[in-house]
Design a protein around this ligand. Structure first.
Ligand SMILES: Cc1cc2nc3c(=O)[nH]c(=O)nc-3n(C[C@H](O)[C@H](O)[C@H](O)COP(=O)(O)OP(=O)(O)OC[C@H]3O[C@@H](n4cnc5c(N)ncnc54)[C@H](O)[C@@H]3O)c2cc1C
Length: 458
């Protein structure tokens, strides 16, 4: 079969992209290296769309949960992953969990039986220099292709490990304790007027207890194939740094110098005293709703992170959009490399999809695969793409990846309400926001589906 689009990678994103294209009459070649003599360190079999770890697509609640809302929006676009999940569903309360074999078999059957899809079990070793292409090779992209992508995008643009610092919702930080200031009030052209960091002050006792908590906290182990993770500069786990000595953090990410605490003013220090140690948070998205804990990438278990980080003054009631982690993970610096339609700016015949774009999770990867398929189909039909409203879960995630995230600190991201624009109306209370976001998203999604002519397959 002569193909119009070459999709590389038959995981969640590649399978979803293939389905969307094929249903719009586009002939697709889907290259998957498993089943052709290759595999990844995490996959167990050769099936398309294999779930490599948990069998859950997380919450299915589309009235109060961002990932549940993403499910809803994907269903509106006739998502293959959502259809197959329904067939394979197993009981899991409000979560959408599946029998992973039934799920993968169903995805594979739908694509194998589709007249517009040719599945080829082959490893692709280089980015095609021409022809419409979607690269969906995931967090464990084969080394040869990763090298080719690295060459095309620049050495600093493709990461092989994530080093995720926790991200906190701005409105859960107690500003009666914290304050905004850049160290020594330093500013750049991009600086906010007040300063660029939220500072959480610590006394000596608080710091020592916190340091001990880092040392004692329960950590996750690296998987066998991740064990040689290199701790390169700037992404050493905070607990590894702490283990070097009790003062190391005070001379590193928790350095208090140049930070005048306005909540601790004395006649001698009318601007405010420097605390003993400080935890700094930096803005993580253009909306200013999410802030990351600078230098706090960690392998502490999630529960241990929540417990320990809520002992930080000002973060007692912190809500986390994402907790920290460190894994092997191949991903692009998408905010700088990709345009708003997931195309590589330097080679627009290539789109990227799935986790390699820096989204995180089964659902998000599938969603971005779905969008890559829809965008490519629209382009091949000679039509303009109708941008997705940022008020939808799909639009919020896509905007984050393709330009709204801070490129310097770009790390994989799950969908969450912190990516959504805040309500225009100040009277909407925090408790009512989830309902507001989901209702607004559904309304805007319906309009977009009409405008973008995303219809059921023929
Ligand atoms: C160990 C691990 C555990 C994870 N656990 C979870 C979890 O529990 N829940 C969750 O939501 N997310 C999890 N994730 C994150 C992520 O959601 C999944 O990795 C998800 O499968 C990503 O979808 P994808 O389509 O982008 O990549 P994948 O599903 O990995 O698909 C990529 C496909 O490309 C193929 N491929 C790679 N290179 C080539 C090449 N050169 N030529 C041809 N084919 C190639 C691979 O064989 C693979 O089939 C996990 C990730 C990892 C690494």
């Amino acid at each position: 079969m002569t193909h119009q689009v070459h999709i590389i990678g038959g995981g969640l994103a590649g399978s979803e992209a293939a389905w969307q294209l094929a249903n719009r009459g586009v002939k697709v070649r889907l290259s998957e290296m498993r089943g052709g003599g290759d595999t990844t360190p995490a996959h167990q079999g050769d099936g398309l769309a294999e779930l490599v770890c948990s069998n859950s697509f997380r919450s299915d609640d589309d009235t109060a949960n961002a990932v549940g809302l993403l499910h809803y929006e994907m269903r509106q676009c006739n998502s293959l992953v959502m259809k197959a999940a329904e067939v394979a569903q197993v009981p899991a309360g409000s979560a959408l969990a599946v029998d992973r074999d039934v799920f993968s078999d169903n995805v594979e059957k739908c694509l194998t039986e589709h007249p517009n899809v040719e599945i080829v079990r082959e490893r692709v070793d280089a980015l095609p220099s021409e022809g419409t292409t979607i690269v969906a090779t995931g967090p464990l992209t084969a080394a040869s292709l990763a090298q080719s992508i690295g060459t095309a995008t620049g050495a600093d643009s493709l990461a092989f490990f994530d080093a995720i610092a926790p991200i906190v919702y701005r409105d859960s930080i107690d500003m009666d304790i914290c304050w905004i200031q850049s160290r020594w009030n330093k500013r750049t052209e991009a600086s906010n007027e007040e300063g660029d960091y939220i500072n959480c002050p610590m006394t000596k006792e608080q710091y020592l207890a916190f340091w001990q908590g880092l040392i004692d906290g329960e950590k996750t182990e690296f998987k066998e194939w991740e064990a040689d993770t290199p701790y390169f500069d700037g992404c050493m786990p905070i607990e590894v740094m702490a283990a070097r000595g009790v003062e190391t953090l005070r001379f590193g990410p928790m350095k208090p110098v140049g930070l005048d605490n306005p909540h601790d003013v004395t006649p001698e220090f009318p601007q405010g005293r420097w605390p003993y140690a400080v935890v700094q948070l930096r803005q993580d998205n253009k909306l200013g709703t999410l802030w990351n804990m600078v230098g706090f990438q960690t392998k502490l278990k999630h529960r241990a992170q929540v417990e320990l980080f809520r002992t930080i003054p000002g973060l007692e009631n912190a809500e986390f959009a994402r907790l920290g982690g460190l894994h092997r993970n191949t991903f692009l610096n998408s905010p700088t490399l990709l345009d708003r339609q997931l195309r590589l700016k330097s080679a627009p015949h290539v789109r990227f999809a799935g986790q390699i774009t820096g989204c995180e999770g089964y659902v998000e990867s599938s969603a971005i695969g779905m969008l890559a398929g829809l965008m490519t189909a629209t382009e091949l039909a000679g039509r303009d793409w109708t941008p997705l409203p940022r008020t939808t879960a799909l639009g919020a995630l896509l905007s984050h990846i393709t330009g709204d995230a801070e490129a310097d600190s770009y790390q994989p991201m799950n969908v969450n309400f912190g990516l959504f624009p805040m309500p225009d109306d100040d009277s909407i209370k925090k408790k009512q926001r989830k309902a507001y976001y989901t209702e607004r998203a559904k309304r805007d999604m319906a309009e977009w589906l009409r405008a973008a002519r995303i219809t059921e397959p023929a």
